[in-house]
Ligand binder design. Structure first.
Ligand SMILES: Cc1cc2nc3c(=O)[nH]c(=O)nc-3n(C[C@H](O)[C@H](O)[C@H](O)COP(=O)(O)O)c2cc1C
Length: 332
């Protein structure tokens, strides 16, 4: 009996040592990739690094036009960094017809048109635009899209293509509170999400308390211009206890990400406005967040989703997408 007990102890100590070794090796493998491949100004401007920066900088300006209570002339520092990136792009000799660059120009045009409509002078941007004018692709039209509520609801409950094409990140909400039955219905639909071995590691925390929402806003960095108007947050987590060993270390984010996408579609379907929100934080904030919402340490936070009712006129940033040919590589 005692021998058997000792043997179990020895075997589990051995397994633990093996797991530590595997976790360190896999962790280092990931860490080196992060260090080697993530972007930073000191790594220079290869095309693959500058394009996402252009998309992100243009997106900040574009989404500004979809926010409630926009401050006219907003985004001075965003504009500066966009010009800097566009200049670096041109100087590096990258093709002017690529989406990232064309989209940036188009967003600047939309910014000017938006301000013209509101009779606010943005001469400096206009002047800058003349510099880029010649290479502008006229078929792109950045800015915002608007739908009367009825039309938006009809699209959301149409066929899948209509649902997918009409889902936008909503950052301006209506006055109605979010109904419990709508959240339940959306979660009923999202239950059908696939997951590795059907383990369904996801969890959802529906944060409605005003105090907790304020605390979330203090930790979060992507809510400028609409944070105060968010009715509630859905926090999507996935439980690391449900994965088997370090080879599956990313599975919580894959399964949790798939679930989040299902939930976003479902929220759109049930008639709620939703905006996915990053949880890209270093460990201290992550720990504080876990403590604040009483999320078990074993659960990884995948993302947050801001939810609110829809306003009578739904406005959203267009967020132009890459063409299929820019994404697809056929391997034959
Ligand atoms: C993981 C993730 C994190 C995001 N984080 C934020 C955020 O912090 N703030 C925000 O306003 N939008 C955020 N977004 C929304 C994106 O900006 C948006 O999905 C993208 O521009 C495409 O637009 P669409 O959702 O309207 O189609 C996030 C989206 C994803 C998928």
């Amino acid at each position: 009996m005692e021998m058997k007990y000792i043997s179990v102890k020895v075997r589990s100590a051995f397994r633990t040592c093996m797991q530590i070794f595997e976790a360190l090796a896999d962790g280092l493998y990931d860490t080196f990739k992060v260090i080697k491949y993530t972007s930073g100004w000191w790594k220079g401007y290869e095309l693959e690094r500058i394009e996402p920066k252009l998309h992100a900088a243009a997106h900040v300006l574009e989404k500004g036009m979809s926010l409630p209570d926009v401050r006219l002339g907003y985004g001075a520092s965003g504009l500066r960094s966009l010009y800097g990136l566009m200049n670096a792009y041109v100087k590096s000799g990258f093709p002017p017809n690529r989406l990232a660059y064309q989209n940036a120009i188009s967003v600047l045009h939309a910014y000017v048109a938006y301000h013209k409509e509101r009779e606010h002078d943005v001469n400096e941007v206009k002047k800058r635009l003349t510099q880029y004018e010649l290479s502008c692709d006229q078929s792109l039209e950045a800015g915002t899209v608007g739908f009367p509520l009825e039309e938006y609801r009809k699209l959301a409950t149409g066929n899948f293509e209509q649902l997918a094409q009409s889902r936008f990140s909503i950052r301006a909400y209506g006055p109605e509170p979010v109904r419990r039955e709508d959240i339940y219905k959306a979660m009923e639909i999202a239950r059908k999400t696939p997951s590795a071995c059907n383990r369904q590691s996801w969890r959802v925390y529906w944060v409605r308390s005003k105090k907790k929402k304020e605390e979330i806003l203090k930790l979060h960095n992507g809510h400028r211009g609409f944070g105060d108007t968010i009715e509630s947050f859905l926090v999507i987590t996935a439980d690391i206890k449900m994965i088997f060993g370090t080879a599956e270390r990313n599975q919580v984010f894959v399964d949790g990400g798939l679930y989040s996408m299902s939930l976003l579609y479902a929220l759109h379907y049930v008639g709620l406005g939703a905006c996915p929100m990053n949880w890209c934080v270093r460990y201290r904030k992550d720990k504080a967040f876990h403590r604040m919402l009483d999320i078990p340490d074993s659960e990884a936070v995948v993302m947050l989703i801001a939810v609110g009712s829809l306003p009578s006129e739904v406005i959203a940033a267009k967020s132009e997408r890459k063409a299929v040919d820019d994404i697809l590589k056929v391997v034959e």
